[in-house]
Design a protein around this ligand. Structure first.
Ligand code: SF4
Length: 253
């Protein structure tokens, strides 16, 4: 039986997560409270009619924080404690049971697989995509650089109740390095972007702390390659002054 590696909220991350939002090894995320641009999520969900049969609050997410990340962003509030700290193994149905409990107690309307880099587990997402249909929304994140995506993987995560944030962490090689402390593999990036677009999964783009002097040039590349529709609902994520990072000398990882 497949086991997920779930990182409980631990270490420096506890400085920012409200105690009342921690549910065992999982947590609630109030979209409007988080800031950084993600408060646009409910509007996008409403506009795109994601999960029109869904119940629960679309602004209240049940977050499963998964172990591991391939990047090392200096602004990462999850911190290496929350990404590479102790993890607990869970079967999918155990995670789902905690989710249903959170639905019952708090009225969550969204199941959110978060990281780290949740797409390191992309092969397994479909189990939650299936089980959240039709009553809940399924939301997760793609960074386009975790590993090579396949059409088969992406076709399994499609659904009227699903939506994905495709997060771009730099619009030039230098920008990407500044934001992630990793070298960007452009070949992999465009391969995965092509796969995401051709799969027609429901996604929106987010740009984390991009170099604004190059963003228009980058967006023009996207328009030429895929059409302007791909940029619809995209937004920039602003960096937040997290408490978790205030005394950290080494940043995230
Ligand atoms: S902010 Fe960067 S380092 Fe932190 S979890 Fe996200 S991708 Fe990984």
């Amino acid at each position: 039986m497949y086991k997920w590696k779930v990182c409980p909220i631990q270490g420096r991350q506890l400085k920012d997560v409200h105690e009342e939002d921690i549910i065992g090894d999982f947590r609630l995320c109030h979209t409007y409270r988080g800031g950084g641009g993600y408060d646009q999520y409910p509007h996008i969900v409403h506009k795109r009619k994601v999960g029109i049969h869904a119940i629960g609050d679309p602004t209240l997410q049940f977050v499963v924080q998964l172990y591991g990340c391939h990047l090392d962003c200096p602004y990462c509030y999850v911190t290496k404690d929350g990404i590479f700290g102790e993890y607990v193994e869970y079967a999918s149905d155990e995670i789902l049971n905690s989710f249903y409990l959170a639905v019952e107690r708090y009225g969550c309307g969204v199941f959110h697989l978060m990281g780290g880099s949740p797409a390191l587990y992309l092969d397994q997402w479909s189990v939650f995509v299936r089980h959240t249909w039709p009553l809940f929304r399924f939301h997760s994140d793609l960074l386009l650089t975790e590993r090579e995506y396949t059409s088969a993987q992406l076709s399994k995560i499609k659904g009227e109740h699903t939506i994905y944030a495709v997060n771009i962490k730099g619009v030039t090689s230098e920008d990407y390095y500044k934001n992630t402390r990793r070298k960007l593999d452009w070949k992999l990036f465009w391969h995965n972007f092509d796969k995401v677009v051709s799969s027609s999964i429901n996604f929106y783009l987010t740009f984390t702390n991009p170099d604004l002097s190059y963003i228009e040039e980058f967006n023009e590349k996207i328009r030429k390659r895929y059409g302007a529709g791909v940029l619809e609902d995209s937004f920039i994520i602003d960096l937040i002054d997290y408490n978790a990072l205030k005394e950290s000398k080494d940043g995230c990882i």
